[in-house]
Ligand binder design. Structure first.
Ligand code: RUB
Length: 314
């Protein structure tokens, strides 16, 4: 099936699957860019045939990783633009140009949204704050970096984020940009929570009830923050809201290889040990103080209103 796609598209699929490209925003932009390039790879006789080929490429890319809702949401904007172009009666050449432009617009808007989240989120960071972040979220980093660039004296605690250690990426980035960073084991989060003024994390998906799906361990940190009255900010673009949750569907949690948790050689020696390696968890809305999007700041309970506005369901 995948033979019909360009090697570039297949490479993007592989890069997302193997986490060479990772983080919900980056995943969405990479997939949309791959689809944009695919437009000029597929040779078709009619707009309908083109639509069919692009739909197949879209489904293939969607299957690369299951949890980040930004991936299908980004891909769907491309597919919807094909439907729109066909409905307008565009010829194949104009249709392709139109779809390529729409894909590029999604990518640019995604980058702008992350910047805007930084500008809005920084309003909730005060001089002297000590922040804790988990994993490696560009939107969370945007808030932290903007606050720092505005001259706020901040300190950042970063959890290592086992088993893939994405926290190291965040710690290195922030330290390289001059920010005071302390890397801690995930298991030290409770010990240090009393020093933390705000938890700032990203999201892979947001359910319409305000629950947030993010890197495994996020819900534990949010529960600890709740226990010590520390505020929890989620920084996420609106394309991370999951439309399927409006109809009662659940967000699939990706299960990854057991060998990320323990080496194969060791597990082979202990065949009776089972391993579970979920990549994400769900933080209930009551553990989240507010969600910063490019459209503004919302309490988790306000996400349903935002969703209805975005999808014109109000
Ligand atoms: C990454 C992760 C990030 C979100 C948000 O998980 O959980 O917090 O994707 O990132 P993984 P961003 O490393 O498994 O992809 O704000 O950059 O979209």
């Amino acid at each position: 099936m995948s033979e019909e796609f360009s090697s570039k598209l297949k490479q993007t699929f592989e890069d997302i699957r193997t986490m060479k490209v990772r983080g919900a925003g980056r995943i969405a932009r990479a997939a949309v860019a791959a689809l944009r390039d695919e437009i000029f790879y597929v040779s078709d006789s009619s707009p309908e045939e083109f639509y069919k080929r692009m739909q197949a490429a879209a489904n293939f890319l969607k299957s690369s990783r299951p949890t980040a809702v930004s991936l299908p949401n980004g891909i769907n904007t491309v597919i919807k633009s094909i439907q729109k172009g066909i409905a307008q009666g565009l010829d194949l050449k104009s249709l392709k140009e139109y779809v390529a432009k729409e894909a590029e617009t999604f990518i640019q808007k995604s980058i702008e949204a992350q910047k805007k989240i930084g500008e809005i989120g920084t309003k909730r960071i005060v001089n002297g704050d000590t922040i804790l972040t988990h994993c490696n979220s560009q939107s969370a980093i945007s808030v932290i970096e903007t606050a720092f660039k505005e001259g706020k004296q901040i300190k950042v605690f970063v959890t290592e984020t086992r088993p893939r250690f994405q926290g190291r990426l965040t710690a290195a980035y922030l330290a390289d940009h001059g920010i005071d960073v302390t890397l801690i084991p995930d298991t030290a989060a409770r010990l240090y929570m009393r020093k933390i003024d705000k938890v700032v994390v990203g999201a892979d998906a947001i359910a319409v009830n305000g629950a947030v799906v993010n890197k495994i361990g996020t819900s534990q940190i949010a529960a600890l923050a709740f226990e010590s009255r520390t505020r929890v900010m989620v920084a996420a673009e609106t394309y991370k809201i999951s439309p399927q949750t409006y109809w009662g569907e659940l967000i699939e949690i990706e299960m990854r290889s057991p060998y990320e948790v323990a080496p194969k050689s060791w597990l082979d020696k202990h065949p009776r040990i089972k391993v579970m390696n979920p990549a994400f968890d769900i933080t209930p809305p009551q553990y989240i103080d507010f969600i910063v999007t490019e459209k503004g700041i919302y309490p988790p309970q306000g996400i349903i209103m935002l969703f209805k506005e975005l999808y014109e369901l109000a």
